[in-house]
Write a protein that binds this ligand. Structure first.
Ligand SMILES: CC(C)(COP(=O)(O)OP(=O)(O)OC[C@H]1O[C@@H](n2cnc3c(N)ncnc32)[C@H](O)[C@@H]1OP(=O)(O)O)[C@@H](O)C(=O)NCCC(=O)NCCS
Length: 142
């Protein structure tokens, strides 16, 4: 568990490119960093009440993606919080990079918040040329 969370700002920004949006959850969040001969991935989780643990931020260093580190972090969370929470939840844009990752990690779509990205970010967010508009939530049991 990491105390000085801002030292990992470059990784946090990979997952969430606007720093004041990160500040909305960083203080109350718990951060984990996966170190395998150097930092590879990080995630930040928050208690959302009613037995729900939410992943607010997860990122793997660009040179280390698609090697299983992100999935390892998800499995770590599921093990660590098993019995303490009912559900692991994550919100993400309609992105061809992130949704397949979460689905491979056992998440299924649950609900969405219309216009989250256009309402809360000060600039349009694009991934692979597609503008992110709604926040899509996915969940899995833990
Ligand atoms: C999304 C992210 C965290 C995934 O981490 P990762 O360490 O690369 O993922 P893993 O190597 O553990 O992948 C786990 C599984 O998801 C699949 N996967 C990962 N990225 C994928 C992609 N872009 N498209 C399709 N499948 C993908 C892997 O193939 C793997 O499948 P498998 O278990 O069948 O082998 C990473 O790509 C990242 O940091 N992206 C930038 C930040 C970001 O967008 N974060 C999410 C914000 S909501």
């Amino acid at each position: 568990m990491e105390k000085n969370k801002k030292q990992f700002l470059s990784l946090l920004l990979l997952a969430d490119e606007q720093e004041n949006m990160i500040d909305r959850y960083l203080d109350r969040g718990t951060m984990y960093v996966l170190d395998d001969n150097g930092v590879k991935s990080e995630c930040v989780v928050t208690d959302e009440g009613e037995g729900i643990l939410e992943i607010k931020n997860i990122a793997t260093k660009p040179g280390s993606q698609r090697k299983g580190y992100g999935k390892k972090l998800i499995e770590f969370l599921a093990d660590k919080y098993h019995g303490q929470y009912k559900l692991l939840q994550v919100g993400t844009g309609e992105s061809p990079y992130t949704i397949p990752f979460y689905e491979r990690c056992g998440f299924v779509r649950s609900h969405s918040i219309k216009n989250f990205f256009t309402d809360h970010y000060d600039h349009p967010i694009y991934e692979d040329g597609i503008q992110l508009i709604d926040m899509i939530y996915l969940r899995r049991n833990i």
